[in-house]
Design a protein around this ligand. Structure first.
Ligand code: TXA
Ligand code: MG
Length: 328
C-alpha cells in the first residue's frame, strides 16, 4: 500500500502551528497558507527546488510565473522597482488583494523558476493576518499560487487544500473560509501605462480612480487574447535556437543534459549544463531557466537531451518548446 503522508491541518493563529509552517518553508517544503482571496500553496521563493515542488504538486503542464508574497512594502522594495504610479497603488491597496507586476531587481534573489524566467515579478502583500504573521516570521518572499490542482477551482478552505494537495503539503494553516473568494487583481506597469492582467478582488474602477487613468485590459486567461510576446516588454526567450530530444550533439552546439547518461558527442559541446546529473526532475526544473540564460549567447543552437515527459518533465518540455518556437 502507498503510505501517503497526511497533511497536518492546524489552527492558523496557534503559535506552534505558525512555527511549524515557518520551519517547513525553511526546509523547502510546501505550506497551505490562508489569504483573504484564496488559499495559497506556499514555498520559499528564493529556493528553486521548493518552487519546483509547487509545480509538481499542482500538476501544471507549464511553468506559469508565480506571485511573490511579502509582509510589507519594505520587503517588496527589495524585490522590484516601483515607479511613482505603482507606488501609489501599493499605498492605496496594500495590504489587500492587488498584485503588481513590476521590473524585478537584479538582486531580488527570487528563483528564476518562480518568475518563469521573466524580468518582471508579481508582488503582493496579503491583508490576511495569518498570512502576514507567517510572512513576517519567515522573512523571505513566499511564492504561492492558488492551492488547487491545475484545472480545479481555487481553494477557499483548508479542507479544499487538503483534498487537492494534501499529499504535497507539510502543514495547512486553517483560518476558515477565505473572505474575498476570488484571486487578487493583477496590474502590470508597462511602458504604455497600467494594464489589467487579471480581474480580481480589487475592482478595476477603484484602481482607475487612484491611478487617474483607464487600465488597458489584457486578459491573459483568454487564449484568444492578443498576448504578443513583448507586450509585457519583458518576456524572456533565448536568442539561441533550441533543438529538443537531442541524442547527439552537433558541431557548434551547446548542450543541456539530463541524467547520468550524456548524448553522443557531448564532449564536443561548446558549453554544457546538466540540469540534474542524478536524473531528478525537481532539481532539473529548478535549474532550467538559469541554464537557458547561461548557455544563451554561447552557441547559435542549444541541443537539449531527451527528458522524460512524466511529472515536471511535461512542464520542462513545454517551456523548452516555447523557447524553441520561432520568434515573430
Ligand atoms: O489571490 C491571489 O493572487 C492568489 C493568492 C494565493 O495570493 N494567488 C494566485 O496565484 O492566484 P496564481 O499563481 O494562481 O495566479 C498568478 C497569476 C498567473 O496567472 C500568472 O500568469 C500571473 O499571475 N503572473 C505572475 N507573475 C507574472 C508576471 N511576472 N507577469 C505577468 N503575469 C504574471
Ligand atoms: Mg490559480
Amino acid at each position: 500500500m502507498n503510505a501517503r503522508k497526511l497533511p497536518s491541518i492546524r489552527p492558523a493563529f496557534d503559535a506552534d502551528a505558525q512555527n511549524a509552517a515557518v520551519a517547513a518553508l525553511r526546509a523547502g517544503e510546501l505550506v497551505g497558507m490562508p489569504t483573504e482571496t484564496v488559499y495559497g500553496l506556499a514555498a520559499d521563493a528564493t529556493n528553486g527546488e521548493a518552487v519546483a515542488r509547487i509545480y509538481a504538486a499542482k500538476g501544471r503542464p507549464s511553468f506559469n510565473p508565480l506571485i511573490a508574497h511579502v509582509a510589507d512594502l519594505a520587503a517588496a522594495e527589495k524585490l522590484v522597482v516601483f515607479d511613482p504610479l505603482s507606488r501609489r497603488l501599493a499605498e492605496a491597496f496594500w495590504p489587500g488583494p492587488l498584485t503588481l507586476v513590476l521590473p524585478k531587481r537584479a538582486d531580488a534573489g527570487v528563483s528564476d523558476l518562480a518568475t518563469a524566467g521573466l524580468d518582471t515579478l508579481a508582488v503582493r502583500m496579503p491583508s490576511h493576518p495569518a498570512a502576514h504573521a507567517l510572512l513576517k516570521a519567515f522573512g523571505r518572499p513566499v511564492a504561492a499560487p492558488s492551492a488547487n490542482r491545475s484545472g480545479h477551482v481555487s481553494a477557499t478552505t483548508a479542507a479544499h487544500v487538503a483534498a487537492d494537495l494534501g499529499h504535497a503539503v507539510s502543514v495547512i494553516l486553517d483560518a476558515g473560509a477565505s473572505k474575498v473568494g476570488v484571486e487578487s487583481t493583477i496590474v502590470a506597469a508597462t511602458p504604455r501605462g497600467l494594464a489589467l492582467l487579471r480581474a480580481g478582488g480589487v475592482p478595476r474602477e477603484a484602481i482607475e480612480a487612484v491611478a487617474g487613468a483607464p487600465l488597458e485590459a489584457v486578459d491573459l486567461t483568454d487564449p484568444e487574447a492578443p498576448t504578443a510576446p513583448g507586450q509585457l516588454a519583458s518576456h524572456y526567450a533565448p536568442g539561441a535556437a533550441v533543438r529538443l530530444g537531442a541524442d547527439e550533439v552537433r558541431p557548434g552546439e551547446a548542450l543541456i543534459a539530463f541524467g547520468p547518461e550524456l548524448p553522443r558527442n557531448a564532449e564536443a559541446a561548446v558549453a554544457m549544463v546538466n540540469l540534474s546529473p542524478r536524473g531528478d526532475l525537481i532539481e532539473a526544473a529548478a535549474r532550467l531557466f538559469s541554464a537557458l540564460r547561461e548557455l544563451d549567447g554561447k552557441a547559435a543552437t542549444i541541443a537539449v537531451a531527451p527528458i522524460p515527459a512524466t511529472g515536471l518533465g511535461e512542464a520542462i518540455a513545454d517551456r523548452l518548446r516555447r523557447a524553441a518556437a520561432p520568434r515573430p
